[in-house]
Design a protein around this ligand. Structure first.
Ligand code: PLP
Length: 452
């Protein structure tokens, strides 16, 4: 038995995988990833694969950063753990909170630390409700999210998100969460121009507010670009209109920056790309480039002051502000800044990637639409571009395309009927060329296998 087969057998016997098809796992086994460097991962059979997904939308500075290893080792030697509950802090927590305050927009100056995007969003829910309670408006507790929004997998984050397949899992949702249409022009735009559709999609928020009453609503939450929903980027005009509606009805505006933060859209945060200013901003993933788990929630001055008036915040995780994760996140932000990765995305690799994808669009009618912005992209696969006819679910079009690309040495993710791309921000032109070439060959083969 090969090492791979041995590991796969143990994995199949004992390891439960999130979001994987058990039948496919049983038939083909798991792919065992053993090491990584730069933009490439390597599997247990020695195949080098270009990672077009930055791990899971997170390895913004690429793999193999010895500097982050050294920082983690030093922090572990000095102080591997201390909590933030006992009116106590560690230097790395303090430094990270200050560092974040320098890159977050506006007055988002106060940070609560957690370990994952899901925990960050649970924190958002509890704190926003607490805020309104302290303001004397306890009935303002509902949240409005969007269909195909993804905010995590805890019970509350699942409820906040708009993923039907997650809600359906034993009715695992809580009351108090409402969802509006996602701003998906290709799916819902009909004959409207993108700009007209942007206003219509934003109007769905006001309609929902009027339906359930602003007095009952704590906040609206959205990802600047919906990642796990298939990289759904709203047409121009959508976000400013959403912000205006939130302000008009006195509803907190939450921008979930778990994917879009830390340079992905050529700004430190996705809300800056769209020119809007949230009241609360959860972040994770690119915050440490995935080297260690850490997340944070940024709060505005106004919210922080109100929360403080309420006395102790009865909310926290053992590993809130884990000193090693904080030290690594801080060093990771240093790398992003030192290497100018935010500007690099904006001026160089973002446009370069998007022009490569435009080239794919010209060559492949199986691509109905290229979505996203800068270093985040989605290719909507369709049976017919002209009529926007989708593939049937049982065609498994995106999964077929993903598997073919993987065979060719490129990781892309299949989400619904879209192929998703989110590479490390350090990716070179040559690596983007390789990605486009492999996707080109993969799309051609997939189209032929799907009878086009
Ligand atoms: N929010 C967004 C926008 C995400 O994309 C994700 C994860 O993909 C999460 C929250 C949840 O983060 P985590 O998986 O770290 O809990």
């Amino acid at each position: 038995q090969t090492r791979t087969a041995h590991l796969q057998a143990i994995d199949a016997a004992h390891h439960i995988h999130p979001f994987c098809d058990p039948k496919s796992l049983a038939e083909r086994g798991t792919r065992v990833i053993t090491k990584a460097d730069g933009c490439y991962v390597e599997d247990s059979d020695g195949n080098r694969i270009l990672d077009g997904m930055a791990g899971l939308w997170c390895v913004n500075v690429g793999y193999g950063r010895q500097e982050l290893v050294d920082v983690a080792a030093r922090q572990m030697e000095e102080l591997p753990f201390y909590n933030s509950f006992f009116q106590s802090s560690t230097p790395s927590q303090i430094a990270l909170a200050e560092r974040l305050s320098k890159i977050t927009p506006g007055d988002l100056n106060h940070f609560f630390f957690a370990n994952s995007g899901s925990e960050a969003n649970d924190t958002v829910i509890r704190m926003a409700r607490h805020y309104w309670h302290l303001k004397g408006k306890p009935e303002k507790y509902k949240f409005i999210g969007r269909h195909l929004g993804y905010h995590g997998s805890t019970l509350a984050a699942t409820s906040l998100g708009g993923m039907k397949h997650m809600h359906d899992m034993g009715s695992s949702t809580l009351p108090g969460f409402e969802h509006i249409m996602e701003p998906h022009w290709f799916a819902h735009g009909g004959n409207l121009s993108p700009e007209q559709f942007a206003l219509r999609a934003a109007q769905a928020l006001e309609d929902k507010i009027l339906e359930i009453g602003a007095d009952n609503i704590a906040a609206f939450i959205g990802e600047p670009i919906q990642g796990a929903g298939g990289v759904i980027s709203p047409p121009p005009g959508y976000w400013p209109e959403i912000e205006r509606i939130c302000r008009k009805h006195d509803i907190l505006f939450v921008s979930d920056e778990v994917i879009c933060g830390f340079g992905r859209l050529g700004e430190w945060f996705g809300c800056q790309y769209y020119g809007v200013q949230p009241d609360i901003m959860p972040m994770a993933k690119g915050m440490s480039s995935g080297y260690l788990p850490i997340s944070a929630v940024a709060f505005s001055d106004r919210i922080f002051e109100t929360l403080n008036e309420g006395g102790p915040i009865s909310h926290g995780y053992t590993y809130s502000g884990h000193p090693v994760s904080c030290a690594v996140a801080h060093a990771n932000i240093d790398i992003i800044e030192r290497e100018g990765l935010v500007e690099r995305v904006r001026n160089d690799i973002g446009p370069y990637l998007q022009s490569g994808l435009a080239h794919l669009y010209e060559r492949h009618s199986i691509i109905g639409e290229v979505r996203g912005a800068q270093a985040l992209a989605g290719l909507q696969l369709v049976r017919s571009r002209d009529t926007r006819e989708p593939f049937a679910a049982e065609d498994n079009a995106a999964m077929i395309c993903r598997d073919i690309c993987l065979e060719k040495g490129l990781i892309m993710r299949a989400v619904g009927q879209a192929m998703v791309i989110c590479p490390p921000l350090t990716i070179t032109h040559a690596e983007i060329d390789e990605m486009i070439d492999k996707a080109d060959a993969g799309l051609r083969e997939a189209a032929s296998r799907l009878g086009l």
